[in-house]
Design a protein around this ligand. Sequence first.
Ligand SMILES: Nc1ncnc2c1ncn2[C@@H]1O[C@H](COP(=O)(O)OP(=O)(O)OP(=O)(O)O)[C@@H](O)[C@H]1O
Length: 312
Amino acid sequence: MNYAIEAEALSKRFGEKQAVAGVDLSVPKGAIYGFLGQNGAGKTTTLRMLLGILEPDGGTRRLLGSDRPLSVAARVGYLPEERGLYPAMTAREAIAYVGALRGMKLGEARVRADELLAAHGLGHEANARIRTFSKGMAQKVQLLATFVNRPDLIVLDEPFSGLDPVNQQDLENMIRAERARGATILFSTHVMAHAERMCDGLVIIAHGRTRFSGSVDEARAHLPSRVVLVTEHPLSELQAMLPPGSTVDIAPGPGNRYRFPLPPGGIEPLLACLLETGSGIRDMHIERPTLHDAFVAIVGEADARVETREAA
Ligand SMILES: Nc1ncnc2c1ncn2[C@@H]1O[C@H](COP(=O)(O)OP(=O)(O)OP(=O)(O)O)[C@@H](O)[C@H]1O
């Protein structure tokens, strides 16, 4: 069994609302996976079904090899979308309490809580009560609590939101360290930069269905790379130098700046033409699509499909 999470055709309806309409998702053991989708796409509902907090209406899911997710809860860490720890608890007790809920002995969980707080810059706050913490600090304590039982699988719902850049970096490091230890991590996010930097694989959902599953590079390959060309002289002949049907845009910035899809035959033939016309090349580089661009394209295609279905 090489997957920490396997789900097929998961669905969930709330009254009239079909929140999840067919999510397929496989996360290999020891990988960091990003779970992306627009607001309301069904991410939180899917995560709750995977963890056994919600029962699916249809489909199957296996968590750490079990089709009864709650039976493996002691091996799982979960940061829910709704944040909150008991305000009267100290940071140490809050983390230790989560450890005890996940089957740790309280004494052992307290020692681990102190280690985690010290390692992540909150050692001096171990005895402070949660109610005295800022929102971001309280969230950090909750994140540390997610790691308290050294889980085999860590599921984080929007873990970066609400953290300052330094704490975001710390969380990135923590997630990578958990992977190095052998854990599997699945996190939802709206911040493409985190997903792009960290993820071994991505699952993108739209309107409650899986629309993409694969690596960051495979997602980016959804769109063509583009060439940005800056010349000294205006280039009225450029269109004629490119394959038929190429769209030439004006790239932002001063001077004669053009942006167009990378020709299938590469840029050498174009370069030869440019040298011949003496256009004065100031810059020429290939711009690969970002994950942001790919996400917008993948979700846009899904929107178009839904609109066509609704119009029919
Ligand atoms: N308990 C519920 N009762 C009724 N509708 C719900 C419930 N939970 C979620 N929904 C609806 O299901 C859809 C999916 O919600 P979900 O929270 O799973 O999306 P999400 O992708 O996590 O969104 P976001 O990025 O905004 O957090 C939304 O339209 C939401 O309004």
